[in-house]
Each structure stands twice: as structure tokens, then as C-alpha cells.
Design a protein around this ligand. Structure first.
Ligand code: KG4
Ligand code: ZN
Length: 412
């Protein structure tokens, strides 16, 4: 069985294809032999919009929508080609074409330009040998989500394929299962209960996972997400977008060069708050950190604001504040729920210092949980995570007519 996954919840246009051998035994929660290399990622294509959003220092929703519309057809074509997927002998033009063209118009109302390009793709692409589609339906930016959903609906209508709707947060969590199969326990159940930290540009959530498909959100950011805070504070400091990697690079120079000298050579001490770190709940707040950065920066003279030493010290302290908060709350939850594993996901968890800290802290816990973080190219948004999530949600397959974007979709 082959599944084509599509992801457009934010600013990356992604498509991937996974192949799986279904388990013949019926009634299994995992419908395939998870530990026996029974699934293979055939392709994983990402078209990043970083260049487009760079000058705004964050994602500009109407531009993201336009870019998704432009990129979806080539990205999907590339995923089919890279996956070496053969086409069905039937030509690309389906039966009942007039009826289907009419239905397509209903999918793309008020979007003539996109309809035209989707139709041109459909007419020149023979039906590939895939069995189902999967697409992210939320949470995310609504205009972005709809582009991937509508493209998937068009493919489903044209090629008569079911669609599996995917929750983006579950995708980030399950991305760990793509590459880490060797480090996973023989029985997947030995991972649970797990505490999952999903931290990205759009979300910061702490989730208790009792088993695959059974989740409870323990806490989340009340305002800005951790990645959003990194992006915005990087902009204040004049660092590039996306802020996470830029701040990480600058922070690294600070710890290498000045061996964390305080105060700095110009007599300045940089100290930022750790908002909500000791609050009784598992919620986060990062907008206060952003405001603190802004005030700290504004009170300095132009000469200081431009000095490398000051910018690197600020980057170090911003990153440390975020790492301190994320680690403290996640470890606290892991301890309380006696977690057998800590599972990370989302762009911010690509951060090397964050991973190092988690490993250090996790070893202090008794019992010591297994620590999982996705390979770097699977931390940030991708469609491989949509594909793996689809394998655990096969029973959710539905008709294109039932698909809706839900910008605030919860994980359950
Ligand atoms: O998961 P993702 O690609 O998209 C969303 O779902 O939002 O995450 C993007 C976020 C951005 O805010 C970016 O600054 C941050 O992840 N990020 C990082 C790193 N790489 C990306 N943050 C810290 N360290 C990194 N190495
Ligand atoms: Zn994401």
C-alpha cells in the first residue's frame, strides 16, 4: 500500500510518499509490523518559502497561500518522480470528466487561477499507483491549510482515492518513528506513557501520550509560540529569519568566544526573565520574553546595539531562557507521570543545545525515560510526518467531500 502525504499548514509546501506492508492479522491497533522495517519512505520533498517571508521576519499568510498554490503541483510531481511511482495504465483523463470538472469548480470557487493550474496538472499526470492520500487539516494558518486540502481533494476526486485527515501536532510527534526505529523498544507500548513536547513557530504544547492515538494536552503557550519568540527577537537583534537557527549560531559564538563572561567587556550584564517557569500549570508564555528583549535592547546606545558581543550575549540569553522553561516544565511532567519516554517534535526541537539539555536532565530521572527527537530534516515541517501519521490513522480515511481545515484543531 502506498500513501501520498501533503503538508501546507504554515510556510513549507511538502509532499512525501510512504509504502507499507499491511499486517494480515485484523483488529490490530498498529495495522503493520512496526518493528520489522515494513514501511519505507519513498520520497520526501520540501519547498521552503524562507526567501519570501524573510523580509517580514515571519510568515505573511497571504503570501504563503500564493506560494503554496504555485508550488503544490511541482512538489507533488517531484515526490511521485523521486518515489519512482509507476502510473496506472489508465490515462490521466478519468471517466465522467465533465462531471468531475464541474465538481472541481466547486472546490476552487473564487480561485480561478489555482483551478487552472490544478486542472493542467491533472490532465498531464497519469494516475500514479498509490492507494490513498493524506493531508494536514490543522492546526495551522487557515489560508495555508486550505491550499493543501483543496489540492488533495482535487486529486481524490480525479483519481478516486480516499483521504486520511492528519493532525499536524500528531504528525510532529510521530515523525520520531520514521528514522528512530532502531532506538525504539521492541514493543511500542514500552514507550508509554510518554511526555511529548511540540515546539515550533506556531505551537508550544506539552502532551501526555498514553498510546498512539490517545493524547491529553497538559499545557500550551498562552501567547507566542517558542519559535515565534525566536523569530521576533532575532528580528529585534537584526539577525536573519528564521530566528531559531540564527539565534543558535550567534549564541554558540558567545559561549565559545567569551566563555560566558559577565558582565560583558563594556560593563553590561544581560539578564532576561523565564516567564511562567515556576507556575503551577504546564502552560507557557513567550510574549513577555519578547517584550523584555525589546526593552533591554531599546535602553542601549546604538553602539552597543550594533556590537557583536552584545548581540551574541542576547542571543545566548534568549535561547537559554527558552531552553530553561521548556526543559523545566517537560521534566516536571515526565517525573509526575512517570513517563517511559520523552518525545520531541517541531522546528525548535532541532536545536542542539535544547537536545543536549534534555538528555542531561532526563538521565537524572528515575525511572530514566527514553529520549526521542526527530532527525533534523524531520523536526521542521515536512510531509513524511503526514505519511507516518496516516499509517496510524488508516481507519479515518474519508471522502474528499468531508474534508475541512480547522486552524485550531486539538490533539486527542
Ligand atoms: O515546525 P516548524 O518548521 O513550523 C511550524 O509548524 O511552525 O518550525 C519552525 C520554527 C521557526 O520558528 C524556527 O525559528 C524554529 O522552528 N527553528 C529553530 C531551529 N530550527 C528551526 N529553533 C531553534 N533552533 C533551531 N535549530
Ligand atoms: Zn509544524
Amino acid at each position: 500500500m502506498k500513501i501520498l502525504g501533503i503538508e501546507t499548514s504554515c510556510d513549507d509546501t511538502c509532499a512525501a510518499i510512504i509504502e507499507v506492508e499491511l499486517n494480515k492479522k485484523t483488529g490490530e491497533r498498529v495495522p503493520f509490523d512496526f518493528n520489522e522495517d515494513s514501511f519505507k519512505l519513498l520520497s520526501n520533498v520540501i519547498s521552503s518559502q524562507i526567501k519570501v517571508h524573510k523580509k517580514y521576519g515571519g510568515v505573511f499568510p497571504s503570501l504563503a497561500k500564493r506560494e503554496h498554490q504555485k508550488n503544490l503541483a511541482p512538489v507533488i510531481a517531484k515526490a511521485i518522480k523521486a518515489g519512482k511511482i509507476k502510473s496506472d495504465k489508465k490515462k490521466g483523463i478519468p471517466e465522467k470528466i465533465k462531471q468531475k470538472e464541474k465538481e472541481l469548480k466547486d472546490i476552487f470557487t473564487k480561485d480561478d487561477g489555482f483551478l487552472k493550474s490544478v486542472l493542467s496538472f491533472l490532465k498531464k499526470t497519469n494516475k500514479p499507483q498509490i492507494d490513498a492520500l493524506a493531508v494536514t487539516i490543522g492546526p495551522g494558518l487557515e489560508p495555508s491549510l486550505w491550499q493543501g486540502i483543496n489540492f488533495a481533494r482535487a486529486l481524490s476526486l480525479w483519481w478516486d482515492l480516499p483521504i486520511i485527515p492528519i493532525n499536524h501536532i500528531e504528525g510532529h510527534i510521530l515523525a520520531n518513528f520514521i528514522t528512530d526505529r532502531k532506538t525504539l523498544p521492541k514493543k511500542l507500548d514500552d514507550l508509554f506513557p510518554a511526555i511529548c513536547l511540540v515546539a515550533s513557530g506556531g505551537h508550544t504544547q506539552l502532551v501526555l501520550m498514553e498510546e498512539i492515538g490517545n493524547y491529553r494536552t497538559l499545557g500550551e503557550s498562552r501567547d507566542d509560540a517558542a519559535g515565534e519568540c525566536l523569530d521576533k527577537t532575532a528580528r529585534i537583534l537584526g539577525l536573519s529569519y528564521p530566528g531559531g537557527p540564527a539565534i543558535a549560531e550567534s549564541a554558540k559564538k558567545y559561549s565559545e568566544n567569551s566563555a560566558r563572561v559577565r558582565p560583558l567587556r563594556n560593563g553590561i550584564t544581560v539578564k532576561l526573565p523565564r516567564p511562567m517557569i515556576f507556575s503551577k500549570n504546564y502552560d507557557f508564555s513567550f510574549s513577555g520574553l519578547k517584550t523584555a528583549v525589546l526593552y533591554e535592547f531599546r535602553k542601549r546606545e546604538a553602539k552597543t546595539q550594533k556590537s557583536k558581543e552584545y548581540i551574541q550575549a542576547m542571543a545566548y540569553e534568549i535561547q537559554k531562557s527558552i531552553i530553561d522553561t521548556l526543559t523545566y516544565k517537560t521534566i516536571k511532567a515526565a517525573n509526575l507521570f512517570q513517563a517511559k519516554s520523552i518525545i520531541m517534535g517541531g522546528g525548535v526541537t532541532a536545536n542542539e543545545e535544547l537536545k543536549k539539555r534534555f538528555l542531561e536532565e532526563a538521565t537524572k530521572l528515575d525511572p530514566r525515560p527514553l529520549f526521542l527527537s526527530p532527525a533534523e530534516n524531520l523536526s521542521t515541517d515536512n510531509a513524511a510526518m503526514v505519511c507516518i501519521a496516516a499509517l496510524f490513522n488508516l481507519e479515518e480515511a474519508t471522502s474528499w467531500k468531508n474534508l475541512q481545515a480547522d486552524a485550531n484543531l486539538r490533539i486527542k
